[in-house]
Design a protein. Structure first.
Length: 222
């Protein structure tokens, strides 16, 4: 047997065969590592009610998970863009994080709520976030709906999108309009001027004081 040959049992492996076999082992290890380096993100969304009165606060709950036994979630975030039917004012949005979050921010210009996690988010981490919102009072029509989804993202992982959640608004007309004759109209003469007063007044103390004056109708409060 030549000195450059390697033996294994009764078979002799030439240097070229050893090199190819070693390269195969290295590639196999790298591919296995790459497969492990992509944790699965999971995100679900729920609402505290399926129907709420306009102006009443309700809460979204977001359940997240960095689903992996060995690989952390790097630069993980959760984002939620508020549906157009909800109030986008910063004062009407309240966010709560978890033990894994380092910050939560709401940008009114884009209607986006964003939670930022510790970096990296440890493999197997799970928890919940919440956000309180409402339909605008006084401008939301009865039956308006908000269809909401949220997303979770991390470096090297596929973005997770929650199933959509629908919440409907209920609203009622809380104003009363009455008509009262102030003067004229007592005789039978034609072309006689008659003056009417049509006051609008809230039927509940909490009705917003908003008036729209139409020609010939002058709102007044009782």
């Amino acid at each position: 047997m030549k000195a450059c040959e390697l033996t294994s049992g009764r078979r002799a492996l030439k240097p070229a065969a050893v090199t190819a076999f070693g390269l195969l082992l290295v590639l196999s290890a790298l591919c296995g590592r790459a497969a492990l380096a992509a944790p699965q993100l999971q995100l679900s969304l729920s609402a505290s009610a399926s129907s709420v009165a306009s102006g009443t606060v309700f809460t979204y709950t977001l359940q997240y998970q960095c689903a992996s036994l060995t690989e952390n979630c790097v630069a993980a975030t959760v984002s939620d863009v508020l549906p157009a039917a909800l109030s986008g004012a910063a004062a009407d949005v309240a966010m709560v994080g978890s033990a894994h979050t380092t910050a939560q921010t709401y940008t009114a210009a884009t209607r986006t709520a964003k939670w930022t996690f510790v970096n990296p988010l440890p493999a197997g981490s799970t928890g919940q976030l919440s956000m309180s919102v409402k339909f605008p009072a006084g401008t939301t029509p009865d039956g308006a709906t908000a269809v909401n989804t949220a997303t979770m993202a991390a470096t090297g992982a596929a973005t997770a999108t929650s199933p959509p959640v629908t919440v409907a608004a209920t609203a009622a007309n809380k104003w009363a309009l009455t008509k009262t004759r102030v003067s004229g109209g007592t005789g039978a003469a034609l072309d006689q001027d008659v003056v009417y007063q049509l006051p609008m007044s809230p039927t509940t103390p909490t009705s917003p004081a908003r008036f729209r004056a139409c020609p010939g109708i002058w709102p007044s409060r009782r």
